[in-house]
Design a protein around this ligand. Sequence first.
Ligand code: GTP
Ligand code: MG
Ligand code: ZN
Length: 296
Amino acid sequence: MAQKSRVITRYPSAALVEFSDGDILECHIKRSLSELVCGDYVDTILSNNDCVVSGILPRKTVLSRFTGRGDRKNIAANIDQILIVTSASPEPDRYIIDKYIVACEITGIIPILLVNKTDILSIDELRGLRTVLALYQQLGYQVLYTSVKQDRGLDEIRQLLQQKTSVLTGKSGVGKSSIIKILIPDIDIRIGELSKDNQHGKHTTTNAYLYHVDSDSHIIDSPGIRDFGLSNLTDTEVVTGFREFHQFENDCRFHNCRHLNEPGCGIRQAVEAGLINPGRYDNYTRLLEEQQADRR
Ligand SMILES: Nc1nc2c(ncn2[C@@H]2O[C@H](COP(=O)(O)OP(=O)(O)OP(=O)(O)O)[C@@H](O)[C@H]2O)c(=O)[nH]1
Ligand SMILES: [Mg+2]
Ligand SMILES: [Zn+2]
């Protein structure tokens, strides 16, 4: 008999699947389903205590990244929002943030910035960081500041998670698993130890894993990603990812303007007029060039 169920975590040749009655079983995976990933809803076939994932149900969304060689790796499926976790120090890399946002805008996932470890900054430093990242709030994205150590900002996260499937992503050691542990204290989850010679953590989480905050709210922990890569994006997709550009696109003289050196470009005029943040524009051109280099 086939049952609708969800993948809790994916191993190389098996998956933990949760059934509608709450049972969790390790299942084999039909050979053709190599793309199966945490968060997938699946059909399974149970026989003699053996379980096989026989099909993947249509995905609402899927978050993928690309390796340096251009291979696509799925991170999680059927997610509503991504919490892009960074440490308060060193200052978050805005190119990586913008790439995550592009991935979200293209796939209809909500991006939320989560700056953890605010305790390691002085009040002045934190104020400076808030000023830099206020840009994202002006663009309509939520930016949360948390400290697991000082128990700050965690109620806001709880609120945001309600009735959604969310994934925590970001570099190793920024505190993704620590955040989940404090939200769901009962679970057994690995937290990285920071040794002196390893201030940046060492990929403590090795598999994306889905946890339940309550019966309707789910959170996926994922392994650290050094540099979130995107590949094979069309020019249109890159522009889609920069939401503040859209209102100025009609001002471009050429309908196929790439907003680089074309005369009469509405986007560049908006940058010069201070209506588009120059750092965002630079990240746009950088990403566009990167995608073009990939196509060569
Ligand atoms: N000072 C400070 N340390 C924190 C905070 N949150 C987490 N840490 C520490 O940061 C280290 C790494 O935490 P993890 O939760 O394992 O980080 P992670 O993002 O899950 O890392 P990976 O699983 O490798 O991707 C641990 O030593 C935590 O105790 C915080 O708010 N402040
Ligand atoms: Mg972790
Ligand atoms: Zn233009």
